[in-house]
Design a protein around this ligand. Structure first.
Ligand code: PLP
Length: 397
């Protein structure tokens, strides 16, 4: 059976990571991988996380099974983090949540859940989107189609084109939206645009699925959830897939959540029984550790405050680097205007350079960027930004 298999190409980002590791140039810079890095190039364990882990080690009393939905206190706190404490959907008891193994696990559970609701549903994703969106929905047997989103030429949004495309989406299809810090473009909808999309979802009858993997990395925990909250206040039904990988720095603990909002509490209960049966048939129950950490942090005023501070440090560093990158690149006087870097949010932006220039950056300067020119802004530091700007200016000449 196995000898008939044909080898598949390595994931381009993983290939790039391996090449970076092997590179002996002391000035090398990795802008490929999608994790937050501090000024020293490390992805640290947050102090609030360390404290919550110490507490867990002391106080854990059992390793017995956790239940299909995972840690229910965690699920409850995640709903409040996503929607805000007093959201009408929460007050009306219309929301249900299952803890999931990372944002990816949440998306896969959502995909299987969608399949149970409507086997013919198509999932519409932004052009471009996080590459794994397409593979994981297709792997669940759903059709994936794209709608216009990023304007490569003007480094903004194709909002009119997006709305025209969404008007044509058949009733009952799913439209995936990035809540904030769009991966890979960094371009987000503003509040007015979210409202237009929400009204459209209601009129056209598509179900929004909001992927929120970077809450707190753009403008703040509340601000980054404003679109999601607006949608949730407008439509009868929606799905939310969240991840604690980035904002809690819990990448390898695999912690996220799959939530949905139904028309009323009775429908929510029925749909929840289906959601939990999906979970049962994939991995039975989620792992406990990550949820316990998040639950401990969000359950303690002191740890929550410390986490807010650490999250703000990560966010401020990214936004500071965005300004610095824009200034350093624009100061080189190349024909390109890099002001868009400052207008975009989160860790990613497309630099807007071509394949040959990306290859030169890697071969001549040991600067590693994926083929689409998406850069992880957190991959540069104040120490190497001048080296980076010089290199980019040289390959642009
Ligand atoms: N969604 C988006 C848009 C992402 O960028 C990522 C991670 O890069 C995820 C979901 C999944 O995150 P994880 O499975 O690591 O929690």
């Amino acid at each position: 059976m196995f000898s008939e298999l044909k080898p598949l190409p390595t994931d381009p980002i993983l290939g790039l990571m391996a090449a970076y590791k092997k590179d002996t140039n002391p000035n090398k810079i990795d802008l490929g991988v999608g994790v937050y890095k501090d000024e020293q190039g490390h992805t640290p364990v947050l102090k609030a996380v360390k404290k919550a882990e110490a507490f867990r080690l002391e106080n854990e009393t059992t390793k017995s099974y956790i239940g299909l939905a995972g840690n229910l206190d965690y699920c409850d706190k995640m709903e409040k983090l996503l929607l805000g404490n007093d959201h009408p959907a929460l007050l009306a008891n219309r929301t249900r949540t299952a803890q999931a193994p990372g944002g990816t696990g949440a998306l896969r559970v959502a995909a299987e859940f969608i399949k149970r609701c409507n086997t013919d549903a198509t999932v519409w994703v932004t052009t471009p989107t996080w590459a794994n969106h397409i593979s994981l929905f297709e792997a669940a047997g759903l059709t994936v189609k794209e709608y216009p989103y990023y304007d490569y030429e003007n480094k903004g949004l194709l909002f009119d084109e997006m709305i025209e495309a969404l008007k044509q989406v058949p009733k009952g299809d799913i439209v995936l939206l990035h809540a904030c810090c769009h991966n890979p473009s960094g371009m987000d909808l503003n509040a007015e645009q979210w409202q237009i999309v929400a009204e459209l979802a209601k009129d056209v009858g598509f179900t929004p699925l909001v992927d929120i993997a970077y809450q707190g990395f753009g403008s703040g925990l509340e601000e980054d959830a404003q679109g999601l909250r607006l949608l949730a206040a407008t439509v009868d039904e929606m799905l939310i897939c969240s991840s604690c990988s980035k904002n809690f720095g819990l990448y390898r603990e695999r912690i996220g959540a799959c939530s949905f909002i139904a028309k009323d509490a009775a429908v929510a209960d029925v749909a929840n029984s289906v959601l939990l049966s999906v979970v049962r048939s994939i991995y039975s129950m989620p792992p406990a550790h990550g949820a316990d950490i998040v639950n401990t942090i969000l359950g303690s005023e002191e740890l929550t405050q410390e986490w807010h501070q650490e999250l703000a440090e990560m966010r401020d560093r990214i936004n500071g680097l965005r300004s610095l990158l824009k200034d350093s690149l624009n100061a080189k006087g190349t024909s390109q205007d890099f002001s868009f870097i400052e207008r975009q949010n989160g860790m990613f932006s497309f630099l807007g350079i071509d394949k040959a220039q990306i290859d030169r950056l890697r071969e001549e300067y040991s600067i590693y960027i994926v083929g689409s020119s998406r850069v992880n802004v957190a991959g540069v530091s104040k120490d190497n930004i001048a080296y980076f700007a010089d290199a980019v200016a040289t390959v642009l000449k």
